[in-house]
Design a binder for this molecule. Sequence first.
Ligand code: PRP
Length: 185
Amino acid sequence: MVSSPKPWNREKEPFAELISAAAIATRVAELGAKITEDYKDKEDVVVIGVLKGSVIFLADLARHIALPIKLEFIGISSYGDATVSSGVVQITQDVSTPIEGKHVIVVEDIVDTGHTVGYLLENLKTRRPASIALASLLHKPERQERDVKIDYLGFTIPNKFVVGYGLDVAQQYRNLPYIGYVTGA
Ligand code: PRP
């Protein structure tokens, strides 16, 4: 029998549920099926998770891609103010193999201002992959400053401080099984 995560004690946590674990699971399965269909004739598919926020989404999404993909990770950090994306980003950990000639799918937890993934896609394109696509669980269009095409999008969300399923509050709560938002924020 499959066991689901135990419900958290919501009274202790200052979050309201925005997207349930069940709704996430359904949508992630749909995205995985679409990627499987789109890449079924391609060889050398590399899925790159952007640390750390994408790891939970990536782990679930990858298991819904019924193809022999490779997994890579890339670390990115924004300079300056910790809560506002400045648009100046630094690669803190690079992928372990060249992506030239490969079909790359970058996986993000959220596109907020768009600066992080905008920079990253530009950087990765200079490495001459055969193709490059972006999968993001969340998109917050009200905050977007840089135009970014999301090829595989989970959910469009309002301008709330979201947490869980990979997203953190001061590095905590990435393991919350649903997407919540900080109430009163
Ligand atoms: C978050 C998120 C994206 C980025 C989105 O990363 O994972 O990479 O911010 O913001 P933007 O669209 O405004 O650039 P964060 O720097 O919080 O690191 P984390 O993934 O380790 O939580």
